[in-house]
Write a protein that binds this ligand. Structure first.
Ligand SMILES: O=C(O)CCC(=O)C(=O)O
Ligand SMILES: [Fe+2]
Length: 323
C-alpha cells in the first residue's frame, strides 16, 4: 500500500509540496486511461477526416505523434474533447467532455486515495476542479484559438486563487500525476517552496489564465520537478506553482491534476459535481458507479448551458495590482 512516510509528510508540511514515487502502476493504472483516450482520439480523427480537415485518421501512429499530426494538419486543438471537467465560459449542451470509466477509476484509485487519506483524512471528497492536460509542442499549438493552459504552459498561481473564496479555508489537496514522462524540456511542473504558509496572494486575469502578477511573486528559486509516470506530486492549496513550456518538437506532456478534500467542505466550484471517493464513517455513500459519475457531469453541462456563465474566481483585471 502506497502511503506517505513521516519524512514525506514533514516535507509536505514544511515545503508545501512532496513528490511520491511509484504510487500508480503504469500498466495497471495508467494504460487503461490511455486506452480510453485512444478511443477519444480515434473518434475525433474520424470526424475531422469526414469534414475534410485531415487527410487520414492516422490510426496506427502512437498517441502523441497522432495528436500532434492531427493538430498541426487541422490547425486546431481539442483540449475539451479529452477533459473531464467543463470550461468556465460558454458551456453548451454539446460541449465536448470525456467522462469515461477509466477516468473515474483513476479518480477512485485506491493507492491514490491512500495518499490523499494521509493528508485529508479518511472522509474523502473528490473536488470537481480537475483536468487532463496535453501540453503540445509549439508547432502544434493553435495560437489563434486563444491561449489555453490545457495545451500550453500554466502561469504562476495558487490553486485556491482559481477557486471562489468559499473554499479559502477548505483543506484541498492537489495531486498532480504525469501520464507521460514530465521533463524540464517538455514542461514539467515547478514550485516555489514554503510559499504555502502565506495567505492567498492577489491574482489577475491574464491571457494565460488567472495568474499572480510578477511583482507579487516571492523572491527565491523555483524548483522544477521532472517526474516519471506513476509518481505523484502533492501540493497544498496555497503552494505557488506553474509549469514550464514544452520546448520539444515531438513530445506531448500529458498529466492529470486532481483534488481531494474532507467531505463537507466547500469545493470552490459549486456548479460542478464532485463525489464521495472514500468514507470510513459512511461507506454506503461512496460513489462506485462510473456511469453515475458521468451522468452527474452531463447534467451539470445541461444546467450550465441553460444559464449565464457563473463567476469562477474573485479577481478583477481593473484592480490596481493588475495594472
Ligand atoms: O499541469 C500544469 O501545467 C498545471 C497544473 C496545475 O496547475 C495544478 O495541477 O494545479
Ligand atoms: Fe494549479
Amino acid at each position: 500500500m502506497a502511503v506517505i512516510t513521516a519524512a514525506q509528510r514533514r516535507q509536505f508540511d514544511n515545503e508545501g509540496f512532496v513528490v511520491i514515487e511509484d504510487v500508480l502502476d503504469p500498466e495497471l493504472d495508467i494504460a487503461p486511461v490511455m486506452a480510453e483516450y485512444e478511443g477519444v482520439l480515434d473518434e475525433l480523427a474520424q470526424s475531422l477526416l469526414a469534414e475534410g480537415s485531415i487527410a487520414s485518421t492516422y490510426r496506427g501512429l502512437p498517441f502523441s505523434e497522432r495528436l500532434i499530426q492531427i493538430c498541426t494538419e487541422s490547425g486546431r486543438n481539442f483540449p475539451q474533447h479529452f477533459d473531464f471537467s467543463l470550461p468556465q465560459k460558454g458551456v453548451r449542451r454539446d460541449t465536448p467532455i470525456h467522462v469515461g470509466p477509466a477516468i473515474f477509476n483513476l479518480l477512485s484509485n485506491p493507492r491514490l486515495l491512500d495518499v490523499a487519506e494521509s493528508v485529508v483524512g479518511p472522509e474523502i471528497y473528490s473536488n470537481p476542479v480537475q483536468h487532463i492536460r496535453m501540453k503540445l509542442p509549439h508547432r502544434a499549438v493553435d495560437e489563434s484559438g486563444g491561449y489555453t493552459q490545457l495545451v500550453s504552459k500554466s502561469p504562476w498561481h495558487q490553486d485556491n486563487g482559481v477557486l471562489l473564496p468559499e473554499a479559502d479555508d477548505a483543506s484541498i489537496l492537489t495531486i498532480w500525476a504525469p501520464i507521460t514522462e514530465a521533463s524540464i524540456e517538455n514542461g514539467c511542473l515547478q514550485v516555489m517552496p514554503r510559499t504555502h504558509r502565506s495567505e492567498i496572494v492577489a491574482h489577475c486575469p491574464t491571457d494565460q489564465g488567472v495568474a499572480i502578477p510578477d511583482k507579487l511573486l516571492p523572491s527565491g528559486q523555483p524548483i522544477p520537478l521532472p517526474m516519471k509516470p506513476g509518481s505523484v506530486l502533492l501540493m497544498t492549496r496555497r503552494t505557488i506553482h506553474s509549469s514550464l513550456d514544452n520546448e520539444t518538437e515531438d513530445e506531448v506532456r500529458i498529466s492529470f491534476d486532481l483534488r481531494y478534500q474532507p467531505i463537507g467542505e466547500p469545493t470552490g466550484r459549486p456548479t460542478f459535481p464532485g463525489f464521495i471517493a472514500r468514507s470510513a464513517d459512511h461507506p454506503e455513500t461512496v460513489l462506485r458507479d462510473p456511469a453515475a459519475w458521468a451522468t452527474s457531469w452531463l447534467q451539470a453541462r445541461d444546467r450550465l448551458a441553460a444559464m449565464e456563465d457563473p463567476a469562477y474566481n474573485r479577481w478583477d483585471s481593473d484592480a490596481p495590482v493588475c495594472a
